[in-house]
Design a protein around this ligand. Sequence first.
Ligand SMILES: Cc1cc2nc3c(=O)[nH]c(=O)nc-3n(C[C@H](O)[C@H](O)[C@H](O)COP(=O)(O)O)c2cc1C
Length: 138
Amino acid sequence: MQGPLKSLLYVSRCTAPLDDDQIFRLYKTSVENNAIDGITGVLIHDGNVFLQLLEGGDNAVTAMMARLGRDPRHCAIQVRDERVIEQRSFGTWNMKLLKIDRAHMAAVTNLEDDFGPSVAPEIRQLIIDTLHEISSAD
Ligand SMILES: Cc1cc2nc3c(=O)[nH]c(=O)nc-3n(C[C@H](O)[C@H](O)[C@H](O)COP(=O)(O)O)c2cc1C
């Protein structure tokens, strides 16, 4: 792995709403590529907005963000958090996929059942706080 291990969380908006099939195709490509790139993480969506947390080597995450920036399926990418980490929270998932309806985003208070004990509490809280922010935007 090149560079320190880091995690990056961003939110973005779908250019056009994606149905479950389109999301699943995107997810399959992501899992395959991420296994090669040493990237793990979680992708949360409601069909209209995305929240993605990427974990991996500094260079791999930077290269992934460049690819994501060119992807016409989403726009308005906002990096919300970037930090060096000691260990991965999502080490067993090359990309965990979680659908949460917009109406439920505000009500999420605990993702422990979805994530299990491997996810660091501060990362879980960061994701919950960001979900609350997205749910109250526009
Ligand atoms: C919200 C969202 C999340 C994505 N997550 C990943 C990912 O985790 N890994 C990945 O390889 N591609 C992901 N992609 C797809 C990439 O943007 C890109 O299409 C794919 O990596 C192929 O890149 P390339 O055509 O430049 O080779 C995602 C796309 C979107 C819209």
